[in-house]
Write a new protein. Sequence first.
Length: 471
Amino acid sequence: MTQEALVAGKAPVCAFLAAAMRLALDPGDRMHRAVYNDYLARPFDAPLSDGERDFCRSVRLLPPAEAFERIVMRYGLQSRREETAYLQAFHEAVIRCCTRRTADLPLFLEWWDETGSRQSLSVERSETTVGIMTVHKAKGLQNKVVIIPYCSWPLDPEASRRPVVWGEADDARTGALGRFPVRYRKDMAESHFAAAYYRELVYTHVDNINLLYVALTRAEEALYVYVPVKSRHSRHAGTLVREALAGADGADGAGSAEEGGMRAAAGDDGLWVAEWGRAAGPVPEPAAREGGGVLHMVLDGYPTSVPDLRLRLPAQRYTEDGAGGELAPRRLGILMHKAFENASTEEEIVGAIDAMRTDALVSEHEAAALRRAVAAALEDTRAAEWFRGDWDVVRNEHDIVLPGDGRRRRPDRVMTRGRRAVVVDYKFGELEPEKYRRQIHEYAELLRQMGYERTEGYLWFVRLQRIEKVV
């Protein structure tokens, strides 16, 4: 295998998924419709059916992850075992893109074109894996066994490829022209560009010898080099190997296998084989011998399910199911607190409820229920006094900074008139009077320290329609 063969963007199923998403955005896209039809074994220009157009419309506004699931299920891609790896790679690309940014289909497809489609599958190497790569890509890598099937790249520049060299003539008439491009060929050696010719020849020789060095030094345990007997190049990398081995045959390199020397022999088929040492074969890893190696699993399919996620606003979790749209106690408390938090008078409370209705935070039915709850709570004469509007100052949820350490306390409502101060804490849940009483006592003491001679403190259990005077 090669890494290029494992690029996700080149897999037909990945191209189909991307094309299906693009058709969801633009059903008239002829180019991607051709890719879509080709995967389904239909003519390139086959029009989309009414059902396919309806499906595209249903997918267009979905998040990429949900769109992926729906496309996979509609076309049965999860059961195509031979494409499971690429299907998983595309799914991982969707997840990776959506976790790093807020992505819809257009943004994901843009990221896929720029980055995602170029990523390769990650395949673990094992005894049954054979990697194929060029010598250039092998630079810096090591493998237990390396096979060089065609050690025959030319040492000289190939004139058939018509390389261009920058030459400078050595005669007086053309020397003033300076350097300019010249096609490389052998007759340059007999021209005024001979210096440029031999310079290119030497540089190319050095490059190809360095390439041979890289190829011969990648193996850790065994190296197999195949040098062709006949080649269209008179001088190539394999000739250097063959000449080196021929010089070593019968010299100091010869010897027995036990001594690690070279053995060379010509076969009946005219092939010449040179060997050093013995290839003992791979040694199992300790973990593999003990049965503790990596467990490999092959998926028969790619399971999917119908996504059934729905957006739920924060306050919706407080609405009880089956209550016919009635406000749950906790939701009622949250909305009443929101209505009270910035209001100084009863009229402002009603205005806050109307604003919530205008902003679609509550339905008309909920707004009516909220108004009824507020009216019932203000039937108490003490609560009615708090929202009558004749106080000098009303502070809703203002911080009180403690002297000395800078800590803060925040009562729900403080009302002052002259030297009188009233502090109220709204409570919309169940009774926990002892805990709340301590808070009111602390608030009242802080107000006294501010110079208010008459301080009162109340706990208002709004939903229970109960007011408790603490101070």
